[in-house]
Design a protein around this ligand. Structure first.
Ligand code: IPE
Ligand code: IPE
Ligand code: MG
Length: 263
């Protein structure tokens, strides 16, 4: 497991390439609507786009890809669509685990997935176990995930560990209980579909992440679209609270590669 890492406690190493990319895969419904297709068709194409993006991340040696598949608020959708999304998630788990393993992918699933039923929980556990030792790419699927849920479940765990004693919460105490305790904080966040909001995705972990928004609808996303996002990222100056002048050569914080010019 990764040691506690926090962009508010120490300046992370930051190069031209993001190590961790987190994506809100939005716009499936609109993609389908434009083609007079049912929303389901958009979600199906969304799975293809995810496959492309995984390949592209591996080819670019990105270590962590985290994707938002279903938010804790998506239960508000019509029952039929919720059911379609659940079926699709199940089908992906049923058909892809071996392929992921063969491709060196370590699968992680974060979120309160019990609500999707036993079969999905079982497959998720099997997939995580099967791929646990793989190192090419850590793929995290966030399903029935919410940033607030994550922080609260971490707090509840800490509180339980303290068995009724008062707790002085610190980052070091809380962060190891967050769902993504095995990963560094994301460097690059991508949201497709044009909306500029976080929609309760990784609230804690996005503290110093570069936020990229594109009009491209998720089913149209691919390696070229990822490259555009990475090029944008490479032009950011990640200051982590410091001034631009402090980022010059010979800085004392040991993170010289975080020096970056604004585009
Ligand atoms: C994202 O696409 C997929 C999920 C939320 C599961 P949407 O279904 O939100 O597509 P739009 O935003 O309606 O186009
Ligand atoms: C965010 O997309 C969640 C996922 C992509 C899984 P939504 O389409 O649900 O977000 P809002 O409702 O537009 O904010
Ligand atoms: Mg949407």
């Amino acid at each position: 497991m990764m040691r506690f890492s926090s962009s508010t406690h120490s300046v992370p190493e930051a190069g031209e390439m993001p190590k961790h990319v987190a994506v809100i895969m939005d716009g499936n419904g609109r993609w389908a609507k434009r083609r007079f297709l049912p929303r389901f068709a958009g979600h199906q194409r969304g799975v293809e786009a995810l496959r492309e993006t995984i390949k592209a991340c591996i080819a670019r040696r990105i270590d962590y890809l985290t994707v938002f598949a279903f938010s804790s608020e998506n239960w508000r959708r019509p029952a039929e669509e919720v059911s379609v999304l659940r079926q699709l998630f199940l089908a992906v788990l049923e058909s892809e685990l071996e392929k992921m393993h063969a491709n060196g992918i370590r699968l992680k699933i974060v979120g309160d997935i019990g609500q999707f039923g036993e079969r999905i929980v079982e497959l998720a556990q099997r997939g995580e176990r099967l791929t646990a030792a793989n190192v090419k790419l850590t793929l995290t699927i966030a399903a029935n995930y919410g940033g607030r849920w994550d922080i609260l479940q971490a707090m509840n765990r800490v509180a339980r560990d303290h068995a009724g004693q008062p707790v002085e919460f610190t980052e070091e105490l809380l962060a190891p209980h967050l769902a993504m305790n095995y990963a560094p904080e994301p460097d690059l966040f991508i949201r497709t579909g044009g909306e500029q909001r976080i929609s309760n995705f990784l609230l804690w972990q996005l503290a110093y992440t570069e936020l990229y928004f594109t009009q491209t609808l998720w089913p149209d996303f691919d390696g070229a679209a990822l490259d555009e996002a990475i090029a944008w990222y490479a032009a950011r100056e990640r200051r982590f609270g410091r001034t631009s002048e402090q980022l010059g050569p010979g800085q004392k914080d040991g993170a010289p590669s975080s020096r970056r010019k604004s585009a």
